[in-house]
Write a protein that binds this ligand. Sequence first.
Ligand code: FCB
Length: 433
Amino acid sequence: MQGFGASGGRPSAGLTFPPGFLWGTATSAHQVEGDNTNNDWWAWEHQAGRIAQGHRSGRAGDWWRAAEADFDRMAALHQNAHRLSVEWSRLEPQPGRWDERALRRYREMLAGLRRRAITPMITLHHFTFPLWVARRGGWLWNAFPGAFGRFARRTVEALGDLADLWCTLNEPVAAIISGYLIGRFPPGGGGLLRTRVAVVNAVRAHAAAYHAIHAAQPAAQVGIAAYLRVFDPARPASRLDRLVAGAQDRVVNWMFLDALRDGVLRGLWQTVRIPESAGSLDFIGVNYYTRDLVRFDPRAVRTLFGRNTPTPGAPLSDGGYGEIYPVGLFRVLEQVRAYGRPIYITENGLPDADDDLRPAFLVSHLREAWRALQEGADIRGYFHWSLIDNFEWADGWTLRFGLIGMDPATQVRTPRPSSALYAEICRTGSVMI
Ligand code: FCB
């Protein structure tokens, strides 16, 4: 297909995205700031055996001191937006105690982005809890929704003149499953009952934050960043494979979003009415990475009786992270379109240290996003994960997601070839095919 660029109606051999489209990258506080010593992940990293090769976040990308150097890189790469998170444990290090210096630093960072004509999108919770929240039970703490709502209100009162795009929670279901069922995230296990309680609390916390943000800033646009993964039956003719793939799809992908639309959480063998969450999404953030084939396995209790693998023979990214499956982005966007809300692709990327796959990954996924646009999906932006290599949670520094390579020991940045390709896409607002 040919797109028609802004150049006076002349056809251009590319896929053109709408005017005003946000083009950028995404990061999170703990993964880039460094020295986030007051949260549960820092404590987790210091327990033996939790992180690949004993890695730690340490100085990370040194953003707390010097993010502006990377903001310059974003601007030089023609990015006009950036999704970042604020660290609750810095802003409210003790219950009810607000750190004015941390607040000033975030104000400085956001003003720095805006000076470079980079629109910020701010996530309020990206996997980490302040230690004082974690000690009270984190997702399970019955006062967590209220505490998070107050944190959201205060943050938006303090930063709302610099930003109006907010993600309350990043990938709440994936974080809870990783924490309570799989055990790769803190608290390292807990079982199905705790998983259920945590998910209900996460819906309540989102709703509390949604209303708190709108009270502080009526024009705010508030959503979540949802982890969406394609689950296909390994043997399409097998009813059991279809059943377990369908169950994973419902729980991981749609249960939470449905609750924020309907005010009722249905899934994990429970139906819970949460009226305050009805209609609590102004946009939906899509984090898309990969797909799984799912095979019924009665022993796989923690993964709802499915055993997940990539498609045999499919191209894989580094470190067993998963299959590269661009059509999956189109498929999830089509499903998200049915919610009738604006969509941002809040994360998409791959670990690829030598950058041999990233250029084709970028182009092929953006082609699928463009296709979804043509079908009527109201997609307003694309945030590639990520600008620089950063601390990849349980995988430590072993997975390299950056358009720009970054050595955490020396802080030296080395642009990968795909950063120039993405810069051209951001500059022209179109993808050459
Ligand atoms: C997502 C997380 C993000 C990053 C990428 C690779 O699930 O939201 O922090 O780790 O995966």
